[in-house]
Design a protein around this ligand. Sequence first.
Ligand code: ZN
Length: 285
Amino acid sequence: MRDFSTDHSALALNTASLGHNLDGHGAGWSPERVIDACAARGFGSVVFWRREIGSRAVEIGERARATGLSVAGLCRTPFLVGTDAVDEAAVLDEAKASIDMAAGLGAAVLTIVVGGVHPDTKGTTESLKIVTDRVAALAPYAAERNVKLALEPLNPVYAGNRSCLTTVRDAVDICEAVDAPNLGVAVDVYHVWWDSGLDAQLQRAGKDRIFGYHLCDWLADTRDVLLDRGMMGDGVADLRAIRAGVEGAGYAGPCEVEIFSANNWWKRDPGEVLDVMIERFHSLC
Ligand code: ZN
């Protein structure tokens, strides 16, 4: 395992951790201010959300790289399945636009959050088939633009309305079915910490299919499954064991802190939040 005790060059900020990717939250820092704050602290990379980028993908990507940061990713595609994704042509068009944005930004990876259960179906089997077909349709378009696509399984609490894809196992199944070299998996502590079969699936994914590793913590008494994520060390996820599994499978990329926390971290000064991330990254991750 990599030694992060004095080195945070692998640390990436997911800008959602500062709150401003949801209306009415966060300190409202511009992408430029976030970039400068991360660069000044020695972060290795940053991950943006589409709403921050707008039509400025090339400009923001160049600005980040000029400070020495890389752009590790872009969040995210529209939902590919579920009640808001019934019109296949419209879904694929919007997803292609998100791929174009990732390419303009120079983002290494575009995250896919697949969406919930498809209307008029029950369970996840049919929905996952639709996801597989739509990802297969998008992968060549992304490959032509040098964009990797990372399927991010979400915690099963979201299976109904945000992600019928809930396990690394199912994500690797889709990767195997689509069989595109630019399709892989993003592993987020918040979504996988409970999974006793995780290590075997990470091994199955291997280094060529793990495209991202996301850090936060699961608070034992979480009050809101969407907006009450914990800072690393404040919850019950075994962070070192999960990273051992990810790195044991061959992953050596960024460790991206992604914390949705409407009533705690999003209320603090963003500079303080970044400082705490670095300290926890050195000591606990
Ligand atoms: Zn994530």
